[in-house]
Design a protein around this ligand. Structure first.
Ligand SMILES: *Cc1c(COP(=O)(O)O)cnc(C)c1O
Length: 380
């Protein structure tokens, strides 16, 4: 490793929250010394939920312990369970399948589209059976799934529509925020997500007040808010932290500017990379609508060589999903024998994510773009 230069462009910077350090320390003290001594699900969580709800125009926002937990809470609230099938993308993160298994249902894997890497609505429709209860598209890297098509598909087949918008907080497609296309969506507040924080948390976003109320009960052992020790339904502990809630509320004013910086960097990358499509490096589709700039992901024929080339010049990159979900030992039992997901397999082989976070400087952004362009040009 001694020949590797110091990382000039880290994938995620170590100083994500440095600008808010004083506020965070003050909040630890404030919540710690508050005579109420409420460290979870107090007034600060309620205020953060209301801030998000009002900004999104949602019926309800329910903060919970993680994005993964948010997915399971919604599936439970929809009464998805044993005997039910849920159609999920074959390419993506483990919670897409594990949240379905967690409620006793069966994940059914649909292939993805080659350009957006999001679930292919035509393949999803092919997989609908009389056991299908829900369809769960996910927004991927920086592109929102084709929600108009999934909305139409869900309506036509009478399916519940749950949106894995964990990476897409701040994304908007045709005027509708990510999370509000489905009956419910989720956000993850893991530090690296667009609305991330220094710790674990997530939220359910819904336009259905009754669903919101169910999720609110389920996240706290099936109790109604404000009435403890009466358990109306079998719930879980998926509660939210008061210090983090206050910190999220504090940082929310800066969210649009951070998103705008990410979008600006992504637009620059796309402008630089569009001419490379015939040279073995393909950027995401160029549309500006329905974009969520979590990470910026290209498809590269020589993916490993590109990653090595970037690393040699101090630029970190990342392969998120080296194999499709149904190929993982945890999920092979849900993969029909002989089934293939050729587009997901190719994306797993070719995708490479580049840093797009808001703290990148113009010099760093240009450096990343120059390196990718030089690599593709050398390939001819
Ligand atoms: C991060 C992520 C999740 C899970 O969120 P956690 O807060 O890490 O549990 C779910 N789905 C997708 C697409 C994600 O990227």
């Amino acid at each position: 490793m001694s020949t590797t230069p110091a990382t000039a462009v880290p994938f995620f910077p170590p100083a994500l929250f440095e600008a808010d350090r004083a506020e965070l320390i003050a909040l630890v003290r404030e919540v710690g010394l508050d005579p109420e001594q409420r460290f979870i699900l107090g007034a600060r969580t309620a205020a953060f939920e209301e801030l998000l709800r009002a900004d999104l125009g949602a019926a309800d926002v329910v903060a919970c312990s993680s994005g993964t937990s948010a997915l399971s809470l919604v599936l439970r609230a929809m009464d998805v369970g044993p005997g039910d099938e849920v159609i999920v993308p074959a390419f993506g993160c483990a919670p897409l399948a594990s949240s379905v298994v967690a409620v006793g249902a069966v994940p059914v894997f649909a292939d993805i589209r080659p350009d957006s890497m999001t679930m292919d609505p035509d393949d999803a429709e092919r997989l609908v059976t009389e056991r299908t209860r829900a369809v769960m598209p996910a927004h991927m890297f920086s592109v929102m799934a084709d929600m108009p098509r999934f909305t139409e598909l869900a309506r036509r087949h009478g399916l519940r529509l749950l949106e894995d918008s964990a990476v897409a907080q701040g994304g908007v497609l045709r005027g509708v925020p990510a999370g509000l296309w489905g009956e419910a969506g989720v956000y993850s507040f893991v530090q690296v997500k667009t609305g991330g924080m220094p710790g674990e948390g997530g939220a359910v976003i819904t336009r259905d007040p009754a669903l919101g109320e169910r999720v609110r009960m389920l996240r706290n052992h099936g109790q109604r808010p404000g009435r403890r020790f009466v358990h109306h339904t079998l719930g879980v502990n998926s509660r939210f932290d008061e210090i983090q809630a206050a910190f999220q509320t504090h940082r929310y004013a800066g969210f649009p500017a951070r998103l705008a910086r990410r979008a600006e960097i992504a637009a620059y990358y796309t402008e630089r990379f569009t001419p490379l499509a015939g040279r073995g490096v393909t950027p995401p589709p160029p549309d500006r609508d329905g974009r969520c700039h979590y990470v910026y992901t290209v498809l590269a024929d020589a993916r490993e060589a590109l990653a090595v080339h970037l690393a040699a010049h101090g630029v970190a990159s990342h392969v998120y999903y080296p194999s499709p979900l149904p190929a993982h030992p945890a999920f092979t039992s849900y993969a029909p024998s002989g089934a293939r997901w050729p587009v997901a397999e190719e994306a797993a082989r070719r995708h490479l994510s580049l840093p797009v976070h808001h703290l990148l400087t113009d010099v760093q952004v240009r450096q990343v773009a120059d390196l990718v362009c030089a690599f593709a040009t050398a390939l001819g």
